[in-house]
Design a protein. Structure first.
Length: 197
């Protein structure tokens, strides 16, 4: 059963800060009650996210992960997975997860001003070519180094306040191309009407 975010993130120190700053009453009634599968449509459109891990000593590390829409997969009621593409080969995330499986994923959709926070435990799976291939985006020019699986313990969404609205270049290009095509159609129609006069 997926926990409520308040059970994971709202430690006694966090609750004390909420009480001191006047927001505790709002969060006391916060309920979870949703499966990670409820996020599948949102996750299917994700082009990037941030993955936070920490060493055994608690040293935090945040790493960006990116790819085409659909590279992050919902693979069960409580599990996400992605092919971890070959990158700078520092392996900080890999090393951190080997000694501390706690992980956090932060998803941001700037176009729709939505964000999702996911708490859980993660593990690295190396050498499973079939699993890597099943998670690889079609026609994406990258090589999977390994797979990362996140068992989601809790998730939450935030309000859109203070999220700047930005659009992905591919989406803007598509909208411009559609507008240009429509302008071309209208110019042909206009020329035909002028020729009929």
């Amino acid at each position: 059963m997926t926990q409520r975010p308040i059970d994971v993130a709202f430690t006694p120190a966090v609750k004390a800060a909420q009480t001191r700053k006047g927001s505790r009453a709002i969060y006391e009634g916060m309920e979870m009650g949703r499966s990670i599968e409820d996020l599948a449509p949102f996750i299917a459109g994700v082009r990037s996210f941030y993955l936070a891990t920490a060493s055994a000593e608690g040293q935090p590390y945040i790493q960006h992960r990116g790819g085409p829409p659909g590279f992050l997969h919902v693979v069960g009621e409580r599990q996400l997975a992605f092919a971890d593409f070959k990158g700078n080969r520092q392996f900080i995330t890999t090393g951190n997860l080997a000694e501390n499986p706690k992980a956090y994923i932060f998803l941001m959709d700037y176009a729709h001003r939505q964000r999702i926070k996911l708490w859980g435990t993660a593990r690295v799976i190396e050498g499973d070519a079939a699993l890597e291939q099943s998670l690889m985006p079609e026609s994406y020019r990258a090589r999977a180094e390994q797979v990362i699986l996140l068992d989601v313990e809790a998730w939450d969404s935030n309000c859109p306040q203070h999220i700047p609205q930005m659009f992905h270049a591919d989406d803007v290009r598509q909208a411009i191309d559609q507008r240009e095509a429509r302008i071309a159609e209208l110019e042909i129609e206009l020329a035909a009407l002028r020729g009929a006069e």
